[in-house]
Design a protein around this ligand. Structure first.
Ligand SMILES: Nc1ncnc2c1ncn2[C@@H]1O[C@H](COP(=O)(O)OP(=O)(O)OP(=O)(O)O)[C@@H](O)[C@H]1O
Ligand SMILES: [Mg+2]
Length: 396
């Protein structure tokens, strides 16, 4: 008896959201396409919640009538699925194309298109999505370190909200590493209760590799992984510079973005992190002592041969009326401020509710500022800003 082998191609499971001119015809054509399995359609993302969840989809087609990037809808889709998103728009929309370059969007198609082209874009997106979810390295992860020489300037607020924005709104594999080793409070600001900390990881026997790292991180509801600070301050010294250097190497294999929260000191582990840092966010406020200390930190960084083009000054509580202006800070630091973050009531409220403000109040002034910051720190944008990775010339 001969067994005939079927070589039919796999179908790709797709869900369609939104609406635009030409979508109805396209849906009908895709419904008949042999390689596409149309799971369903919902004009409003939330109506499709049931079908979007569960991780079974291989792509989401989102149609928009807007000439700008439908960021809210993309974020809404991301609440339910990590499947690649292909955007559909009708007519010319160069602004959308430009914005989509930096967004968590696999492809953009302007209708009308041949059904075959759309089917190909869907299949291509689903293939790259599979690669992303397979855990294989996608090139070196980027490291954003948040530092300030003064306590209470907003390092942890910035680090937690920024990392959540990377994970949730840009769909990046993100690790938040709490290097405020004595008094780290990133976990508490995120409302997670970790079973393991960085101390457990560095004192565990055996070589550190990506699989081992994944056993010590705690997942936040945004998709962010967190490696918290030791529970007891006296355990901080177990986290040595050498251990940290290896941890950073492994983290860069496993994650797209690594955000490091720090204490107000240049200790050994912090120096090991600086070696690997692509963007150093130096958090400053509108007060003279902080500005003085930020200036001193810049001098220390220079002595450490940290490349100045990787320093980004963040002016936190930038709108506070305290008799000092942005220009005065820039003059004192002899440097431009790269990001302004407003003082916003939603921040202390969010801190006390252990739910980051970018999630609880994404449209607040603070939420918008942090989401903007996260976008401009993503690789495509960061490449435009220059800033190639180079090892530091430190000799210790
Ligand atoms: N932009 C802001 N608007 C309103 N409140 C803010 C803002 N940034 C920070 N805060 C408040 O300031 C407090 C201190 O911020 P945060 O804990 O992030 O500082 P830190 O630099 O990490 O301090 P430490 O050095 O002690 O770790 C927070 O609890 C928060 O309520
Ligand atoms: Mg802190």
């Amino acid at each position: 008896m001969t067994v005939e082998t079927q070589t039919a191609r796999e179908t790709t499971r797709v869900f369609i959201t939104g609406n635009c001119e030409g979508l109805q015809e396209l849906c009908e054509a895709l419904g008949r396409h042999a390689e596409i399995e149309l799971v369903g359609r919902a004009e409003h993302v939330r109506e499709g919640a049931g079908a979007l969840t569960g991780g079974h989809l291989q792509a989401v087609l989102h149609a928009t009538r807007s000439s700008a990037l439908p960021a809210e809808e993309i974020a809404a889709i991301r609440e339910y699925t990590q499947a690649p998103i292909v955007l559909l728009a009708s007519g010319e929309s160069s602004a959308l194309l430009e914005e989509a370059l930096d967004a968590d969007v696999a492809d953009v198609l302007l209708l009308p298109q041949l059904t075959e082209n759309v089917a190909f874009a869907i299949r291509k997106a689903s293939h790259s999505g599979r690669r992303n979810q397979s855990g294989r390295p996608q090139g070196a992860g980027r490291v954003v370190t948040v530092f300030s020489p003064k306590g209470g300037t907003g390092k942890t607020v910035t680090a937690t909200n920024l990392s959540v924005a990377f994970a949730k709104y840009a769909g990046k594999r993100t690790l938040l590493l709490d290097l405020d080793l004595q008094f780290g409070d990133a976990a508490i600001m995120l409302g997670i209760e970790p079973e393991k900390t960085i101390q457990d990881l560095v004192t565990a026997p055996g070589e550190l590799d990506p699989e081992k790292l994944s056993g010590y991180t705690t997942r936040h509801s945004s998709g962010l992984d967190v490696l918290p600070a030791p529970i007891r301050p006296e355990d901080a010294e177990l986290v040595t510079e050498a251990k940290l250097a290896r941890l950073m190497e492994v983290a860069k294999e496993s994650y797209d973005q690594i955000v490091v929260d720090t204490s107000p000191f240049f200790h050994g582990p912090m120096l090991a992190t600086l070696d690997q840092t692509d963007d150093l966010l130096l958090v400053c406020g509108l007060d003279v002592p902080t500005i003085k200390n930020v200036r001193l930190s810049m001098q220390t960084l220079e002595l450490l041969s940290f490349p100045p083009d990787r320093i980004r000054i963040v002016l936190n509580r930038a709108n506070s009326n305290v008799g000092m202006k942005r220009g005065e800070v820039e003059a004192a630091l002899e440097s431009k401020i790269r990001f302004e973050v407003p003082s916003d009531r939603v921040v202390p409220l969010a801190v006390n509710r252990s739910n980051p403000a970018v999630l609880s109040d994404p449209k607040s002034d603070f939420g918008r500022a942090l989401r903007e910051m996260s976008k401009s720190l993503l690789p495509a944008q960061a490449a435009k800003n220059g800033g190639k990775r180079r090892r530091l010339g430190r000799s210790s």
